[in-house]
Design a protein around this ligand. Sequence first.
Ligand code: PMP
Length: 412
Amino acid sequence: MTATTDDTADDTSPAPPFRWLAGAARERAAAGLTRVLRPRPHDEDVLDLASNDYLGLARDARVTGAAAQAARRWGAGATGSRLVTGDTLLHRALEEELADFYGTESALVFSSGYAANLAMVTALSGRGAHLVCDRLNHASLIDAARLAKASGARVSLFGHADPDSAARALDEASEGSEAERRALVSDTVFSVDGDLTDLPGLSRACRSTGAALLLDDAHGLGVVGPGGAGALTAAELRGARDTVVSVTLSKSLGAQGGAVLGPSCVVRHLVETARTFIFDTGLAPASAGAAREALRLLRTDPGLAERLRGRARALCTGLSEHGLDTSAPDGAVVSVIADSPEECTRWARRCAERGVRVGCFRPPSVPDGRPRLRLTARADLSPTDIDRAIDTVVRCRPAPPSSIPGETTPPT
Ligand code: PMP
């Protein structure tokens, strides 16, 4: 058997049903939309600013030790759906701790943040519902809204992070609509530019129309708010009873999995109706064990999140002092605008060649059509790491197109 992970490998003889894929692959290549980064090396010299391991906990010995211990005790896999054999005391303990951290009545753990978002949005909508969504929501919330629409919900969009636009959309949803219920769906911190939405404004818009507020705090947990308590605490909405929030365990907690947190009546409803809870194998015990330990570390060191935000600000300041067009970080993410998708790809590749891995976001994953490098700070970056990152990003910017011919080597 042969296997290849080489994205550039040309499969010369695909079976007839797959011949059409060659054309699709050529189109993606022409648009510069092939994968940029090679597999992550196990190399201490590589500076990784492309991951979501914001607090540097994914490789923390206490977290990996807890993962190993949980696997030994509960098994390598969960063995079944949470409704059958996949439910353990370990999952229940993690749920209690997450609910306690967010100040909600209840929490429900899923095998990923993606699955948690599909569950939260679809189980709380369906026929007779009207969803009002930020137009820059994460792909998982977009897919969730598409599924909700397929089962009879109405969906409309509002201007990015704009409570007035959201309020108008909610008003329109109530006027002359048969919708029995309305919900506003938004990320708290947006994943591409790391900007924080106006949560108090969105909450006011919901309360004035009796709509539920469904939030994805994937990039808020462990990052924003006092001690990394999340965007809801920062906005004084901790434990709000008209609000449901999803999180991922795969970013600041360095593990894997996701959760939905909110009132007990909501969580009970998800247990019985959410398809990504019922028809999916439960979260692997190692991930649950790792997430519990990471959450414990976050709670015992409230300075972790502050250190991370300080590193993000330092990255942003350094890059903008060199004239680069950066986003102002509300959390861990700093994005740097590139002139074209091609420039973005070359820029990220050159950084990687010099041992600094940064994300490369191009259309269609950037809705405003502006490609950017995406750098994520980590709490464990040293001042030397920050200087190296800034220096590399600045030096690796490709020359403008007119001077590209003949230019093949990265700057030294
Ligand atoms: N929501 C947001 C905002 C995300 O950025 C991501 C991950 N990229 C997810 C949800 C999905 O989380 P997971 O990776 O745990 O499936």
